[in-house]
Design a protein around this ligand. Structure first.
Ligand code: SPV
Ligand code: MG
Length: 506
């Protein structure tokens, strides 16, 4: 889901810094993968919190560093690719010591992440809300070393380092929270995240009052969300509010409801209108962008025309065997025209529509991909397909050529000499039968048009068939032969069944 940056002069890191230092409270919305990040941005969120809890949950594991740091970085990269707004990554404890923190920062910057939040607990951490869990705090000096290492590792001075103290979570009072925050601030943190699991915002208020706006303040009101108001935020001087887990929780509820209904009703019809249409997924995945890119970058196959000749043509090409349609389409035969039996007249009216490469063949006929490839590989202006498995001198489509079908891997060039009657008379055995396929390339289209013009004054012009046209051409033009030994069939699925043993197997 590659997205181009929004029309803004600000880099993503700068945007994050603007949010972090905003005098009015700003908000980050949680996301946990590319899709949820895209949804968050679509909703109007100005920034995203790449939550450790939510990323762990979407992997189906605990928020206890069970997800490796590289998996977190990979997911953050997907989120950045899917969005243009700034992303603050929940970096937990930094996944190790100062050295791991430096490495983390160096990996995040080039992946489009705008900042990292580091918390003063011990690796492996436990989510702050897990009841009864021990939440040992990190040594302050050691944690300050991580903050300094993170600041020194960034190349972009706007990449934000947020220091989070878990003092309240670990059961300490405001004095300890303040002592820690003060040290982290002095170590270079761009903002302090003060966390609390209290059902009211009491601890946050206490801390904010003592903090006295010494630097940007960030909060995560999950347990005390109902105690948060515009007045409270401005009173406490809160710069940034993180709604830390609401999209992952919303998705759990939606998935549980859908799964329960599908299994209990044994059907998906009852939920069809309550779930996103597939097209909405495509929109979120920016499928249209790929379609446009395809048109721009993929080579356009040489456009070719196929003219289906015959009276009883079904709705073409829809009535054709899908495999035959694919064979044609893959070889650039994207324009399908129809012609009645008196092909001469029809062709006359279509003359201007013909692409330089045009294949004429009975509407009911499908030839194997290999034979079609041989036809399109022929550089002769006119090439016909002769079935050497169907010999017989008396048929109107009996064909006499300059040589027989040798079946050789690299056969010598063979040309058509006579159709219906042997060249120069006599009753020599035919080399096969013309199956009705004629490929026009290069000057072939003009040759055909000239032949039509030559035949036009003659009586019965309107009844001329393609075979008549070909016979006329043989007098003055060279017509190349591609031999097949069977390997053709009927073009419609029903017809295929009827003919399969007779023709396809040969
Ligand atoms: C997260 O979203 O992973 C957080 C916030 O760190 S909390 O779950 O409240 O600890
Ligand atoms: Mg977390």
């Amino acid at each position: 889901m590659p997205r181009s940056p929004r029309q803004t002069a600000l880099s993503r890191t700068r945007m994050m810094r603007v949010l972090l230092e905003s005098p009015e409270p700003e908000f980050l919305l949680e996301a946990h993968n590319g899709l949820s990040a895209r949804i968050a941005e679509d909703s109007g969120a100005r920034g995203i919190w790449a939550s450790g809890l939510a990323i762990s949950a979407q992997y189906g594991v605990r928020d206890s560093n069970e997800v490796s740091w590289t998996q977190v970085v990979d997911m953050a990269e997907f989120m950045a690719d899917a969005t243009t707004v700034p992303i603050l990554l929940d970096g937990d404890t930094g996944f190790g010591n100062f050295n791991n923190v430096r490495r983390l920062v160096r990996k995040l910057e080039p992946r489009g992440i705008s900042g990292v939040c580091l918390e003063d607990k011990c690796f492996p951490k436990t989510n702050s809300f897990v009841r009864g869990a021990r939440q040992p705090l990190a040594d302050v000096d050691e944690f300050c070393g991580k903050i300094r290492a993170a600041c020194d590792a960034r190349h972009d001075p706007d990449f934000c380092i947020v220091a989070r103290t878990e003092a309240f979570i670990a059961g300490w009072d405001v004095t300890e929270a303040l002592r820690r925050a003060e040290r982290y601030h002095r170590a270079g943190a761009d903002a302090i995240l003060i966390h609390s699991k209290h059902p009211e915002a009491r601890e946050i208020r206490q801390f904010a009052e003592a903090w006295r706006r010494r630097g940007p303040l960030v909060i995560v009101p999950t347990t005390y969300a109902t105690d948060v108001s515009a007045a409270m935020l401005s009173e406490c001087g809160i710069n940034l509010v993180i709604w830390a887990n609401h999209l992952v929780r919303a998705s759990v509820t939606a998935m549980q409801a859908a799964a329960e209904r599908i299994i209990s009703t044994g059907s998906v019809t009852s939920i069809e209108h309550d779930i996103a249409p597939i097209d909405e997924l495509f929109r979120l995945q920016a499928v249209d962008e790929l379609q446009r890119a395809r048109q721009r970058y993929e080579p356009t196959p040489h456009r070719r025309t196929v003219i289906a000749v015959g009276p009883d043509t079904p709705a073409l090409p829809d009535g054709w065997d899908p495999r035959w349609r694919d064979v044609l389409r893959q070889r650039g035969f994207t324009q399908v025209l129809r012609a009645g039996d008196n092909a001469a007249l029809f062709l006359d009216s279509l003359r201007d529509d013909l692409t330089p490469d045009t294949l004429l063949l009975p509407a009911s006929l499908a030839i194997s991909a290999a034979v079609l490839d041989e036809l399109t590989a022929s550089d002769a202006p006119l090439t016909v397909v002769i079935d050497s498995a169907a010999a017989g001198a008396d048929a109107a489509d009996a064909a006499w050529c300059t040589g027989p079908d040798t079946g050789a891997a690299f056969p010598a060039t063979v040309e058509l000499r006579g159709l219906g009657t042997p060249p120069g008379g006599g009753c020599r055995a035919a080399h096969g039968r013309w199956i009705g396929a004629l490929m026009l390339r290069h000057a072939g289209r003009r040759w055909l048009a000239d032949a039509l013009d030559e035949l036009r004054p003659a009586p019965g012009f309107g009844q001329r068939t393609l075979a008549d046209l070909l016979t006329h051409l043989l007098a003055s033009r060279r017509v190349r032969v591609v031999y097949t030994h069977g390997r053709w069939s009927t073009a419609t699925p029903a017809g295929r069944a009827a003919r399969s043993d007779a023709a396809m197997s040969s």
